[in-house]
Design a protein around this ligand. Structure first.
Ligand code: SAH
Ligand code: SF4
Ligand code: F3S
Length: 441
């Protein structure tokens, strides 16, 4: 009997990749994905706990599914990802209508857990971390699926323990995937029509550093550059501390490497960076930016900033504004600090009232919106190379793709352009995308 499942994914690329794996694994036991929870036999949430707001969203969503479960008691409800990892058994205790809790190292166990619930309606929970060797064997190898752009996992976990961050607690220790596996996967993807890969990990710059027989991240990029069929390479996320000169120089040397780097600054104040345990100063960061711009003058940078870290003074915040102004980011994700259980900063003194933090936050946002608008508007009139990904869901079915700077461009054109790089004249710039036209139109 064919059954169907509904899956919602929150959080970062790690969860996106895990969700692709969930779809494949459930397919093997006869479950098909559907777009609405209303008729699904199984509902799964792949969750994020990086900030309190993200975590609360999960509870909100689960609440929405409760009436469905009451109407159809045979419905199976499961939670995976980072909230599941952090909460474990407690989630089952808190939510009596929940059937399955699976952690970030336990995605492969999901089919068995689902079958267990189906047969006996026994609720289950698996959130144990796996050790290095077992974990490596479980790294998803994905050649199936379609699309022009794909994420490829090169490492998992994080050992940086930035004092505000829950990721090391919910994703476990850092581990790099063997380079031959990464490269084989990318070759397979290229064969099946993928033209752009984004290499992902919490801190890709430390790829391979612990294995003497493996290339470092710059070496890995050089190998990916050689793969036929792959036209574009991106990677995320980069820790500024581990952004080596060798890696920076890749932006000048590797023709397929896109001219966009997401380089989270977090703060422009040395005192705050120190208490965040980031391992670099504002000057270190700015020196790296300068080198990036020397080797690749057209590169655009994006960043993450936390506002209102415990003890952040007006002066500290002014230093952040100054750094943001100096770099001139094309985009920035700005976050109000959110204390996370189990992290070092959760115990720090945090005297500043929320209203003052909000004033800082608004000032930063204003600066960033102005900068972004200026940078993206400067593209109008230029011709940019766009890798066409498909038909956009909005905008009357125009084609969409992205420029080297990772900006979405919508334009009119035929299906034959999908998967190719097309010169597109940018005619308008909006907040999150641009409108273009093919030359000669
Ligand atoms: N591994 C990546 C991203 C991790 S999470 C990195 O190191 O850059 C994404 C972003 O969420 C972080 O860069 C940080 O800006 C933000 N973030 C993480 N924990 C946070 C917290 N407790 N409060 C507010 N923002 C946080
Ligand atoms: Fe979190 Fe820091 Fe690791 Fe990024 S590098 S995931 S911010 S601990
Ligand atoms: Fe969120 Fe987990 Fe990613 S906490 S940001 S989904 S690693």
């Amino acid at each position: 009997m064919s059954r169907c499942f509904y899956l919602e994914t929150f959080g970062c690329q790690m969860n996106v990749v895990d969700s692709e794996r969930i779809v494949a694994l459930l397919g093997e036991i006869g479950y098909q994905q559907v777009e609405s929870p209303d008729t699904a036999d199984l509902i799964l949430l792949n969750t994020c706990s990086v900030r309190d707001k993200a975590e609360r969203k999960v509870y909100g969503h689960l609440g929405r599914f409760k009436p469905l479960k009451q109407a159809r008691p045979e419905l199976i409800l499961g939670v995976g990802g980072c909230v599941a990892q952090q909460e474990g058994e407690r989630l089952l205790e808190k939510l009596p209508y929940l059937d399955i809790v699976f952690g970030t190292h336990n995605v492969h166990r999901l089919p068995e857990m689902v079958q267990k619930v189906e047969s006996g309606r026994e609720r289950c929970q698996e959130t144990d971390f796996l050790d290095g060797e077992t974990r490596l064997q479980l790294f998803p190898r994905r050649s199936e699926g379609e699309g022009i752009v794909r994420f490829v996992t090169v490492m998992q976990g994080c050992d940086n323990f930035c004092s505000y961050c829950v990721v090391p607690l919910v994703r476990g220790r850092e581990i790099s995937r063997p380079s031959h596996e990464v490269l084989d996967e990318i070759r397979d993807l290229a064969q099946s029509g993928v033209r752009e890969v984004t290499l992902i990990g919490q801190n890709v710059n430390s790829y391979g550093l612990r294995q003497s027989d493996e290339p470092n991240f710059a070496g890995l990029l050089r190998q990916v550059q050689k793969i036929e069929g792959i036209e574009r390479i991106r990677f995320t996320t980069s820790h500024p501390r581990d952004l080596s000169d060798e890696l920076i120089d890749c932006f000048g040397e590797l023709s397929k490497l896109c001219l966009h780097l997401h380089l989270p600054l977090q703060s422009g104040s040395d005192a705050i960076l120190k208490r965040m345990n980031r391992g670099y100063s504002a000057a270190d960061y700015l020196r790296k930016v300068e080198r990036l711009r020397t080797v690749a003058p057209d590169i655009r940078l994006t960043t993450d900033i936390i506002v209102g870290f415990p003890g952040e003074s007006d002066n500290d915040f002014a230093a952040t504004l100054a750094a943001v102004r100096e770099v001139g980011y094309a985009d920035a994700f700005t976050f109000l600090y959110s204390p996370r259980p189990g992290t070092a900063a959760a115990d720090y003194d945090d005297p500043m009232p929320a209203s003052e933090k909000q004033i800082h936050f608004d000032a930063l946002l204003k600066l960033q919106l102005e900068t972004s608008a200026r940078i993206w508007a400067s593209d109008v009139g230029k011709t940019a190379a766009v890798l066409v990904e498909g038909r956009s869901k909005q905008g009357g079915g125009q084609l969409f793709g992205r420029t080297t700077w990772n900006r979405i461009v919508n334009f009119e054109g035929g299906d034959e352009l999908i998967g190719t790089i097309v010169p597109v004249r940018i005619v308008r710039s909006f907040k999150n995308s641009q409108l273009g036209e093919t030359l000669g139109v």
